[in-house]
Design a protein around this ligand. Structure first.
Ligand code: DGY
Length: 317
């Protein structure tokens, strides 16, 4: 039986499945392992079932025992792992696509609604029971008829587009490649970000974090947006230059932001917390029971598939 280090707790039924599938080394205290602990605990293991909280960089990869052949990441994103270093060391990295599309898209839509309709301020007032209704009280931005720009029209972007369309939004998008008509579903393609941003009343960031997308939302690109645009991010925190966005929020160039992901999670840039016009969540994208079960099962199946066949359809490096 293959021996696998599972770095974080999984839901109970998934831990049982893991124990049936391999000799699983669980983390029942759900401790956040340091890189040194991760290296040490991997001794004698054939693979690692990791999560987005494990920073498996080049240095860590090179110190992993030679027996490690697979890192199965419990996430669709894999920015926490140095893919090239893993490849050089002969370690395959896999992810869990598809199964979290719906849950993450739901949070993407919540960010759009929450930021546009001033949900944070509204919740705060309702909790304090101190509001006084008036015709201009907490007036927000209506989604119906406004333009939604989607940056990264993969599965999650397409699902957000479908829901937003049903809310009456007009969908624009930028993607590395233009989609076919069926996937586009009436959305308008822009072949560069300047063109997309200048047509976006609301932006939904859905692209992966790569060298090309890091800090893509910055002082210069924020200028491309119409005054009073809304920026939302359900993808990864490092796509946004925080200081630039905070400055744009302060100046009201950007009306509001809706964020589920951050640089240096869980430590948000404190500048965000001083802003009223933000709607923030603690990385809840995939946080539903059904989805977390499906993700864990897929992460387990990826390992089984790899050791059974020598390859895996969800390999990302
Ligand atoms: C992912 O899978 O990349 C999600 O962000 C995890 O919640």
């Amino acid at each position: 039986m293959k021996k696998i280090l599972i770095t974080r707790r999984l839901l109970r039924s998934c831990e049982e499945k893991a124990s049936e599938s391999f000799d699983a080394k669980h983390n029942f205290n759900d401790e956040l392992y340091s890189q040194d602990q991760l290296i040490k605990l991997s001794e004698g293991c054939d693979g690692i079932l990791s999560s987005i909280t494990d920073k498996i960089d080049e240095k860590t990869i090179y110190q992993l025992p030679k027996t490690i052949k697979i890192i199965s990441n419990f996430a669709v994103g894999f920015g926490n792992i140095d893919l090239q270093a893993a490849k050089k060391r002969g370690i395959i990295v896999t992810n869990t696509p598809d199964v979290l599309t719906d849950a993450t898209a739901e949070i993407g839509v919540l960010l759009i609604l929450g930021a546009c309709r001033r949900a944070s301020e509204g919740i705060d007032s309702a909790r304090k029971s101190n509001w006084r209704w008036s015709t201009d009280y907490l007036i927000g931005k209506q989604l119906t008829g406004s333009r939604l720009g989607i940056l990264g029209m993969g599965r999650i972007g397409q699902k957000i587009a479908r829901i937003a369309k049903s809310l009456g939004m007009i969908i624009h998008y930028h993607n590395r490649t233009k989609l076919n008509a069926e996937k586009e579903n009436g959305a308008i393609y822009h072949n560069d970000i300047k063109s997309l941003f200048s047509e976006s009343d609301v932006l939904s960031i859905c692209c992966p974090s790569t060298k090309e997308t890091q800090n893509l939302i910055n002082k210069e690109t924020l200028e491309y947006f119409p005054i009073g645009a809304v920026i939302t991010n359900v993808a990864r925190g490092d796509i946004v230059d925080d200081e630039a966005l905070i400055e744009a929020l302060k100046k009201k160039k950007i009306y509001a932001a809706g964020l589920d992901v951050y640089k240096n999670e869980p430590n948000l840039n404190p500048g965000y917390l001083k802003q009223k016009n933000i709607f923030i969540l603690p990385h809840l994208g995939s946080a539903t029971k059904e989805t977390r079960i499906a993700m864990a099962n897929l992460a387990i199946e990826n390992i089984v598939e790899y050791f059974d066949t020598g390859s895996c359809k969800n390999k990302v490096n």
